[in-house]
Design a protein around this ligand. Structure first.
Ligand SMILES: [Zn+2]
Length: 250
């Protein structure tokens, strides 16, 4: 089964209005692209209000059991609120994913507050999915800053979304050192040969694919893996098995 390791539901205003905004339309598009399940966070939680976004996500995914793996979002600048959200989303609702977006929420990926938040989320065995960036766009969440967090929490799986964008060589380097880092090919421009190189250097277990839906279509993300020159087993791992195993172990 194809499992998308990085998608969203909802609307968003930063660059352009998105075409698909509802969970029903999201499911329709997943079916068309043969995506069985998807890791999701709500765009509302990242772009505006974490508490409201997490609540909307709960409402949405409950209509489609088995199709979504929910990741909640918190903002480290509102630490008390963040602590309450972790308790609610991970403790009461049983969600096992924390999505962090330092670029939009304007904090440094390895600030002390975010480390305290991860420490708390780790008590519930949460996987941490970071949006990452490069020196051009998103230096607040560069691979090196995320690696600093991964080093401090070696028992926590840290998924590096966008795998550093154009700083992908650095992403691969830090993932080599910190075995708890998983690279995620979501919405980054994959130069010819990058996936091949990452699989060779790190192993097929260390990559997952993501769409960044609804910002990008599913098939674009899938083709980055399907059309690259790695063996079929590696493709199977990256397209679904790896994220299934990671979330299953939580
Ligand atoms: Zn994202």
């Amino acid at each position: 089964m194809i499992i998308d390791a990085h998608g969203h539901i909802g609307s968003y205003v930063k660059f352009y209005p998105v075409r698909v905004r509802t969970v029903r339309e999201t499911i329709e598009r997943m079916d068309r692209a043969d995506v069985g399940a998807m890791v999701v966070s709500h765009l509302e939680s990242i772009a505006y209000d974490p508490v409201e976004g997490n609540r909307r996500l709960k409402d949405d995914i409950e209509k489609y059991p088995g199709r979504f793996i929910p990741f909640f979002n918190v903002h480290p600048r509102y630490e008390e609120q963040a602590a309450a959200e972790i308790k609610k989303c991970a403790g009461d609702w049983g969600w096992r994913g924390l999505k962090l977006h330092p670029q939009f929420q304007m904090y440094k990926a390895n600030c002390q507050a975010v480390k305290r938040i991860i420490e708390q989320a780790a008590k519930y065995d949460c996987v941490v999915l970071y949006h990452s960036g490069d020196s051009f766009v998103g230096s607040l969440c560069s691979p090196v800053l995320i690696a600093d967090v991964a080093k401090e929490f070696p028992e926590t799986t840290v998924i590096m979304g966008q795998m550093g964008v154009s700083d992908w060589p650095e992403a691969i380097e830090v993932a080599k050192v910190h075995k708890n880092i998983i690279l995620d090919t979501t919405s980054c421009i994959i130069n010819y040969g990058v996936v091949e190189y990452a699989v060779k250097y790190l192993g097929k277990e260390r990559l997952v694919w993501g769409s960044d839906f609804p910002l990008y279509p599913f098939k674009l993300g899938i083709s980055k893996i399907k059309d690259c020159e790695i063996d079929d087993e590696s493709k199977e791992f990256i397209l679904g098995k790896n994220i299934k195993d990671i979330m299953g172990q939580c």
